[in-house]
Structures are given as structure tokens and as C-alpha cells.
Design a protein around this ligand. Structure first.
Ligand code: ASP
Length: 308
């Protein structure tokens, strides 16, 4: 018998603070999240795979300039954009990822091409772009990816650095997008895509494309997509910590994610959150900062979108 599908998405833990969020802006974020949920839901309701659903949802998030991935990615300190993305299939832990790339309109499709057309998991540089080209992916020039808000955030960050007033306001610095799903066959998948962190050094890679850090899926436990301080998520192998708690210690999803965020992440001074779904279709979306753009739907229930 077909299992109920579940889908969760996030647009990053780098939310605007409540003080600076206007009602119009807030409505715009909710509408964007609802559109993305609909895109992923359309795949799952027609019996599509979890991998296709998370890929479609992340493409839709990348196309939204509001979020830090694809169009609207943040800038490095050199004024360039370098994008990271990953996909993982919970059936056999097959995965594809790209890091530090610029050009493909949808970096998550480049990650998917690595999964489907190579024997590798993580690719960078010209080799990654060649795989994307060979797969026939659309490429775009600088003006497509540019947004004034992200460029202003870079200038502001560099100025604050110079003046010694730099804070770690997540709204200015962070963001990432991701999706996790369980399909009618009970298969899990995860996808994550990001521009990284504003004013990062050229060549810096965060947790998002690293399997087990920012992205993970195994049908035996859960699918996870993370967002937040990439360096801390990398040091913790955070997504895999959740899988390990569930698979090896029998911890239920909700407890495993709460512990990973409130104990592990917080102990290392990291901020952020994640979305996760388990093999029973249970969804969790914990975070330890002011908010996380997020949404979810379980088949038969109403969709939910939330920011704070
Ligand atoms: N985790 C992402 C990175 O470090 C950024 C974020 O999610 O805010 O690249």
C-alpha cells in the first residue's frame, strides 16, 4: 500500500529580524515558500520519487531571488558568487554534490548530474561545470544571479569589518535552501543548495555539499538538510549525527534533531537549524536562532509555512 508522502523545505536560517520584517516582506516569503511546496507536492502526489521532489523543490527555491542559492546567492569578499549543492537518495545512499561553482542556473541540477552521470560524489571547478554542460543544463551570466540586496550586504559586511563593528547577524550573512521528502514507496531523499556566507573567502566550502554534514539521506533512518554556520556543521558532521542517533541508538527523529541542535550545535557556539523527515514520514524543523524560513506538507494535511 502506498505510504503517505511528506515534504519539508527551508529557505535558510538567516531570517530577517522581526524588527526589520515588514508585513509585505513577510507575506512575500510565505508566498514563495507556498509556491515551492506546491512544486514539490505536485511530484509526490503523482507518484514521483522523493529524489525528483527534492530536486524540483530546490530548483524552485534557487529560482527565488529572496533566498541565498542560485539566483540571489551571496557574494564572496572578492565580489564573486560561488555555489555549493548536494542531493542524496536514501535507497542506497547514492549522492552527488558540487562546490564553488558559478554558471549553472540551478546548482542542484549540477549535483544531480554528478550523481547520475559520474562515478564520483563531490566535484569542483571546471570538471564539475563540464559534467553540468554534458548533461545539457542551462547556464546563466552574472546579471542573472546578481541581486542588489546581496551586494549591499557584502559592502556592509566589509565596511563593518574595517570599522571593527562586525556582528554575526544571520540575516546579513547566511542563508541556504533545502528539501527533504518521503515518497509513496517510503523512499527518502535530501537536497541542499547555497551561495554560502556573505564575504566568505574565495574557495571556501561550507557544509551544504558535504554528505553527512549539511545533507544526508538513508531509508533506514532519515533525510536531513541543514542551514547555519557551515564550519560548525562540518566539524560536527551534524546530519550524520542525527542518522547515527536514530540508527544506532534507536532515538526517535524529533529527539535526535533536538539533541543535535540544542546540545551539539549550541555547545560549539553554532547557530542554525535543519529540516528532517524519517521513514515513517514524521517531519522535524528545529533551529536555535531567531527563525528559519520553512514549510512542510504531509499528504492529506494542509501545508504549513513559517518564519519565526
Ligand atoms: N550552511 C551554509 C554554509 O555554511 C550557510 C547557511 O546555511 O546559512 O555555506
Amino acid at each position: 500500500m502506498a505510504q503517505r508522502f511528506s515534504l519539508a523545505i527551508h529557505g535558510g536560517a538567516g531570517v530577517m529580524s522581526r524588527d526589520s520584517m515588514t508585513p509585505d516582506c513577510e507575506a512575500g516569503y510565505h508566498a514563495a515558500l507556498a509556491r515551492v511546496l506546491q512544486a514539490g507536492q505536485a511530484v509526490l502526489s503523482q507518484d514521483g520519487s522523493a529524489l525528483d521532489a527534492v530536486t524540483v523543490a530546490v530548483c524552485a527555491l534557487e529560482d527565488e531571488p529572496l533566498f541565498n542559492a542560485g539566483r540571489g546567492a551571496v557574494f564572496t569578499r572578492d565580489g564573486t558568487q560561488e555555489m555549493d549543492a548536494a542531493v542524496m537518495d536514501g535507497r542506497d545512499r547514492s549522492a552527488g554534490a558540487v562546490a564553488g561553482i558559478f554558471g549553472p542556473k540551478n546548482p542542484v541540477l549540477a549535483a544531480r548530474a554528478v550523481l547520475e552521470h559520474t562515478n564520483h560524489v563531490l566535484m569542483i571547478g571546471d570538471g564539475a561545470l563540464a559534467v553540468a554542460r554534458a548533461a545539457g543544463l542551462e547556464f546563466r551570466a552574472e546579471d542573472y544571479f546578481f541581486t542588489q540586496e546581496r551586494y549591499d550586504a557584502l559592502l556592509e559586511t566589509l565596511k563593518m569589518e574595517q570599522e571593527g563593528t562586525l556582528d554575526d547577524d544571520p540575516a546579513r550573512r547566511h542563508g541556504t535552501v533545502g528539501a527533504v521528502a518521503r515518497d509513496h514507496r517510503g523512499t527518502l531523499a535530501a537536497a541542499t543548495s547555497t551561495g554560502g556566507m556573505t564575504a566568505k573567502q574565495s574557495g571556501r566550502v561550507g557544509d551544504s555539499p558535504v554528505i553527512g554534514a549539511g545533507t544526508f539521506a538513508d531509508n533506514a533512518s532519515c533525510a536531513v538538510s541543514a542551514t547555519g554556520d557551515g564550519e560548525v556543521f562540518l566539524r560536527l558532521c551534524l546530519a550524520h549525527e542525527i542518522d547515527a542517533r536514530m540508527r544506532l541508538a534507536g532515538t526517535p527523529l524529533k529527539r535526535a534533531v533536538e539533541d543535535a541542535i540544542t546540545i551539539d550545535l549550541t555547545a560549539l557556539g553554532g547557530s542554525g537549524g535543519l529540516i528532517a523527515v524519517d521513514r515513517d514520514g514524521v517531519i522535524a524543523a528545529p533551529f536555535n536562532c531567531e527563525g528559519m524560513y520553512r514549510g512542510w506538507i504531509v499528504e492529506g494535511d494542509s501545508p504549513v509555512t513559517a518564519i519565526y
